[in-house]
Design a protein around this ligand. Structure first.
Ligand code: MN
Ligand code: MN
Length: 473
């Protein structure tokens, strides 16, 4: 008996040495780390509640950066180690740089997350009345499952720009005292036909009409008086005319607030975790980076959910132009800086969902509570549309995270040929930098309420911070 027992423990020892640990991440981290994770996530929830759109997230980030000593970047000024600057790109994307001891001479460290999330944008001509109801026409933004959006309480967020150059900030529906809005759905009693359709046919883009009012102006019987009543409320509240919708960025987003999820409060349920759950850790890592070796640049970008096109997305030149400005100050050429630069593309991955286990490949999925997930490649099919981090770069990132005691895991996006997706990693790789995706595993990604683990959020912050402050990458 005792011989056998001894043999078994040898196998166990060898397993421990040779195998990847399958222990629950909650057991691997200290109680102190769990406490810190819970604490870190308190302000994260506040960021979520105040940053549902990219514009609101930029406002939050700029405010926090100014308090932490960041100044607006001046390309004609000289900067030294420890100086902190930011660039606000059209109030929809923002870059924060902390100048390193070596400036840009050994490349820069990039942490890039996106702050746009799937939502229902208003069409340019949104307002109409039908059958005595006032409605908004919407055009969805990003990859949504349309059936998830009816009957969810919605809030209207955004900006209306007026011809006189001024603009109106709109944020209505989040507060308990505000009214909210919603897309209606057909009652089950009459849904025989609807229920027999495939999901994409049962709910298409033109079904996503938002109910916004039902009473006529002055009890008037004239046509469109319900629409008139709404327009009159908007005129009185915001001074806007119907044609002002033509120059507006208005979106409907879920109105609920971020909340602890689970009896143990280990998770957070909220709208917009993708990708605020990486943007917030990246922002905090930027604020906490004091005097790094190489210049650290944190980018909170826009337009990722629709393919990164546009002047505030990662296909724009705004980031490389900023790096060129920093390089010029150091007497460097930007192409030489980029060749030596390294990047963590901070974006989410799909957490393994036991209810939909067959869509995942269990050995290569990321799991709630197992820490920051490194995604070597995204894309679809035969590794199309992805940059795929090199073995060497993966090894360097592993070393940094392990040396610092950061809890991390790897994951692919679902099983092979199960679908796919991408991040901004490939656009940065195309600039000739080393890049890999690192972020938080998310359940119900792109749904009105997404779920993440507090430990994973905190470990993503730690990963970004250690990457920023490492002597070399
Ligand atoms: Mn994302
Ligand atoms: Mn996404």
């Amino acid at each position: 008996m005792s011989e056998e027992k001894k043999e078994k423990s040898q196998a166990a020892q060898l397993k421990e040495k040779l195998f990847i640990s399958k222990k629950n991440g909650c057991i691997k981290v200290s109680e102190e780390d769990i406490r810190k994770a819970d604490e870190f996530c308190e302000e994260y929830k506040n960021f979520l509640n105040n940053g549902k759109t990219e514009r609101e997230a930029v406002a939050y980030a700029v405010e926090a950066a100014k308090i932490a000593g960041f100044e607006e970047f001046d390309p004609y000024k000289q900067y030294g180690a420890g100086d902190r600057v930011y660039v606000n790109n059209r109030n929809k994307a923002v870059m924060l740089a902390v100048i390193g001891k070596n400036g840009t001479h050994n490349g820069v460290r990039l942490g890039i997350a996106h702050i746009d999330s799937p939502r229902l944008d208003l069409k340019p001509n949104p307002l109409y009345e039908t059958n005595n109801l006032a409605m908004f026409k919407t055009h969805y933004y990003g990859g949504i499952k349309k059936y998830q959006w009816p009957t969810v309480p919605l809030a209207l967020h955004g900006v209306v720009a007026l011809k006189d150059g001024s603009s109106i900030n709109v944020c209505i529906g989040d507060s308990e005292d505000d009214p909210c809005f919603c897309v209606t759905d057909l009652l089950p009693h009459l849904a025989v036909d609807q229920m027999s359709k495939t999901m994409t046919k049962a709910f298409n883009g033109e079904h996503l009409n938002v109910l916004i009012g039902s009473r006529p102006f002055n009890r008037d019987e004239e046509s469109e008086s319900v629409k008139l009543n709404i327009m009159n409320i908007l005129f009185e509240k915001y001074g806007m005319l119907e044609e002002d919708f033509l120059s507006a960025d208005l979106a409907l987003v879920p109105s609920f607030r971020a909340r602890d999820l689970g009896f143990d409060r280990s998770m957070i349920g909220a709208y917009g975790h993708d990708d605020k759950v990486c943007a917030y850790p990246a922002l905090m890592a930027a604020l906490d980076a004091r005097i790094p070796e190489s210049t650290v640049i944190t980018v909170l970008t826009d337009r990722e959910e629709i393919g990164s096109d546009g002047n505030t997305g990662m296909k724009s030149t705004y980031m490389i132009d900023f790096i060129a400005d920093l390089a010029k100050i150091d007497g460097e050429e930007v192409r030489h800086v980029m060749a030596k630069s390294t990047c963590l593309s901070a974006d989410v991955n799909a957490a393994f969902d036991p209810t939909y286990a067959s869509e995942f490949e269990a050995n290569n999925s990321s799991y709630i509570n197992n820490g920051a997930v490194i995604t070597k490649y995204t894309g679809s099919g035969g590794k199309y549309s992805t940059s795929d981090a090199s073995a060497e770069y993966m090894a360097r990132i592993r070393r940094i995270l392990d040396d610092a005691g950061v809890l991390w895991q790897t994951g692919e996006l679902g099983k092979v040929d199960g679908g796919g997706g991408g991040t901004i990693a490939k656009f940065v790789a195309n600039l000739n930098a080393d890049v890999v995706d690192l972020g938080v595993p998310v359940l119900s990604m792109h749904a009105p309420m997404e779920v993440v683990s507090k430990i994973d959020v905190y470990m993503t912050y730690r990963a970004l911070y250690e990457f920023y402050m490492a002597e070399n990458v």
